[in-house]
Design a protein around this ligand. Sequence first.
Ligand SMILES: NC(=O)c1ccc[n+]([C@@H]2O[C@H](COP(=O)([O-])OP(=O)(O)OC[C@H]3O[C@@H](n4cnc5c(N)ncnc54)[C@H](OP(=O)(O)O)[C@@H]3O)[C@@H](O)[C@H]2O)c1
Length: 317
Amino acid sequence: MKEYSISGVDQAVSCIGYGCMQIGGSWDRSALTAERVRTADLLVNAALEQGINLFDHADIYCVGKSEKVFGELLKSSPSLRSQITIQSKCGIRFKDDPDPGLPARYDLSYEHIVQSTEQSLHRLNSDYLDLMLLHRPDPLMEPEQVAAAFDHLHSSGKVRAFGVSNHSAAQIALLQSYLDQPIVVNQLELSLLSHDLISDGMLVNTGVPATAAVTGILDYCRLHEIRVQAWSPLAGGKLFGNQHSAGTYIKSLANEKSTSPEAIVLSWLLRHPAGIQPIVGTTQTQRLAAACESDQVELSPEQWYQLLEVVRGVPVP
Ligand SMILES: NC(=O)c1ccc[n+]([C@@H]2O[C@H](COP(=O)([O-])OP(=O)(O)OC[C@H]3O[C@@H](n4cnc5c(N)ncnc54)[C@H](OP(=O)(O)O)[C@@H]3O)[C@@H](O)[C@H]2O)c1
C-alpha cells in the first residue's frame, strides 16, 4: 500500500488507516467477551494483511472498549506495537461523566486532556501514543491549558505528535499560536458524499455561497503540512446499491475498472493531491479488502469530475 509521512511520526503511514470505532462491539459499559476479542483480532489482522499500519481510536469509542480490546491484542502480540502507528482522541465527554446528572460536553482542559490520554494508554497497554488528536473544538478551550497539557504529554514521552479533528483553519491557527508542538493532523468528515471541503473551492466568485464552516480548511492544512484524514470515507455505506442515485454510476465505473464500488469511492479521495488519508471503519473483513483495492485505482480527472457531478446532481459551475 502507498504510504504518507506525518511530521513527528517516525514511521511512514499507510495511505488508508483503519478506524477502530466499532471494534469494541457495543457502546455501553458491558465487559469485553472472549468472542469480541476474537472478532477484533480478525479485523486488526485483516487490516494488517492489507498493508494498513495506522489505527485510529478515541477514548469514547464503545465507551473505552475499542481501546481495551486493542490493548488485549497488543498484550498477546507485544512486537506489533513498534510496527504500527496508533492515534487516539480526547475532548468529548458523555453525559453523566463522571457524575450522574452532568451534561454531554466538550472538555479541552489541562486535567481532562492529560487524564484521558493516560487512561487511553492504560487501556491500550502502550507506553505511548504516536498521535493524540483533540476530537472536537471546545468553545470554552483556553489554549494555554492545551499547550501545558501537550508539553507535559510530550516531555514525558507519552505522546509523540499532536493533531486535531473537526477543526476549522482559524481554530487551528489560534491553537497553534500557543503551542510548542506542531499540529500535524486534522481529521474531518470527508467523502464523495460529504465533499464540501473539497468542492467549496470551486464556488469562489460564482455567486453560489460556500459553506462558511468549511471554507479554506483543506488549503490551510496543505499550506501548513497538516495531514488531512477523512472520517466516514465510505459515507457509512450510503452511496452503494440503491441508496443513492450515484450508486449506479459508481458500480458501472467499478465494473469498468474491475474493482469494487468501495474502492471507487475511496479512490476519489486518494486522487486529490492533498494526500488525504481515508480512515475506514467497516467491520467486515471482505469489505475492508474491497475498500483497499482503491490503492490500485487511478481515476482520470474526467472520471473524478464525473463522480462529483453525479453526487452533486449538477455540473460544475
Ligand atoms: N473524528 C471524528 O469525529 C470521527 C467521527 C466518526 C468516525 N471517526 C473515525 O472514522 C472511522 C470511520 O468512520 P465510519 O465507520 O463512519 O466510516 P465508513 O468507513 O465510511 O463507514 C463504515 C460503515 O459503513 C458501512 N458500510 C460501508 N460500506 C458499505 C456498503 N457497501 N454497504 C453497506 N454498508 C457499508 C459499514 O458497515 P459494515 O461494518 O457492516 O461494513 C460501517 O457501518 C471510525 O472508525 C473512526 O475511527 C472519526
